[in-house]
Ligand binder design. Structure first.
Ligand code: LMR
Length: 327
């Protein structure tokens, strides 16, 4: 008998008979920004809440700073199942839907509160499902904030931008926006922006205070115009097949956690951006230019034709719904 037992142990039989401990489901969350930004903080809050509420069942791995996948690859990686949640800016989905381009229209929203009102309206929520047929499921909107324009020369009037090269995200609307200024748009991945500014590959860029500060763009740009001319927000997105195959109780809990985290991110985003605006102002490395009412109106007027250009692609009804969020 003893012989039999030791033979069983030696062959691993005794262990195999034990019920196997289930491995946790791994959820990889990849993004391109720094951790001390609204999206970076949101990803960490999500990781923490999942560890607390679904510990043992689900493990979230967060990969910031384009560490795992940069802009060019993250959507493909999501569709291939190499990553499970990403949160690209709303400017980066035009290959999959034209409707989200509404967020890129210059001066579409007066401020981030208007963006929020639109996103939480029926028209805004419907857009979460606009890429269903492509296998992408929108899980929610996360705020970053309003964009500011920077360059190595002061940009006070729209004419000041003419002839300059501006880095843009991969978006035809943003391309048209800079063309309306008679400037030259250069699409580049986020990870390449600092170096492009530093080496003069581009003369300027547009981004939020938190992205400018965390990636030190202000150290290689002499002027930042506080233009608030557009929104930079995110769509939290997953692979629909992966999501639908999760055990129902896990999926439900993840959705509850995401709703909590989304509310937190969207409450703190503006504060983080204002904190970083302050840090940039105190750094003394760049000058923040405020626009007069007349100058602001001139920027608005110069960029206005972009709306008409994209109206049929986006849908006049969606643009009207977004506009209504300003009141
Ligand atoms: C950018 O490319 O400038 C932004 O979309 C980066 C980000 O994710 O905030």
């Amino acid at each position: 008998m003893r012989k039999l037992l030791s033979a069983m142990i030696a062959t691993g039989f005794a262990f195999a008979a034990q019920p196997a401990l289930a491995e946790p489901i791994v959820v990889k969350f990849s993004h391109v920004v720094a951790e001390n930004t609204p999206k970076g903080q949101g990803a960490l809050l999500f990781q923490k809440a999942v560890a607390e509420r679904l510990g043992g069942k689900v493990k979230v791995e967060v990969y910031p700073n384009s560490q795992l996948f940069g802009d060019a690859k993250e959507m493909e990686a999501l569709l291939l199942g190499d990553v499970h949640i990403i949160a690209p800016s709303l400017s980066k989905f035009s290959k999959y839907t034209k409707k989200l381009q509404v967020f890129d229209l210059p001066f579409m929203f007066d401020d981030i509160n208007a963006v929020d009102r639109f996103q939480t309206s029926k028209a805004g929520r419907d857009l979460l499902d606009s890429m269903k047929s492509k296998g992408l499921k929108g899980l929610g909107y996360w705020h970053n904030g309003m964009k500011q324009m920077s360059a190595n020369k002061p940009l006070r009037k729209p004419e000041d931008a003419a002839g300059l090269k501006f880095r843009i995200q991969f978006s035809e609307v943003l391309q048209a926006q800079f063309e309306a200024l008679k400037a030259n748009p250069v699409p580049l991945a986020f990870a390449e922006v600092y170096q492009a500014l530093q080496t003069g590959v581009v003369d300027g860029q547009e981004n939020t205070w938190s992205n400018i500060y965390s990636k030190k763009f202000h150290e290689v740009q002499k002027y930042i115009t506080e233009s608030n001319h557009g929104a930079l927000d995110y769509l939290l997105v997953t692979n629909a097949e992966f999501w639908d195959k999760l055990p129902a109780d896990v999926r439900k809990e993840l959705e509850t956690i995401l709703a909590d985290v989304t509310a937190k991110v969207n409450t703190m985003a503006e504060e983080l951006n204002q904190r970083d605006r302050q840090k940039i102002a105190e750094s003394g490395k760049t000058e923040i230019i405020k626009l007069s009412k007349d100058d602001l109106a001139a920027w608005r007027k110069t960029m206005a034709p972009v709306w008409k250009k994209f109206e049929s692609e986006i849908g006049a009804d969606i643009i009207a719904a977004a506009s209504a969020a300003n009141s």
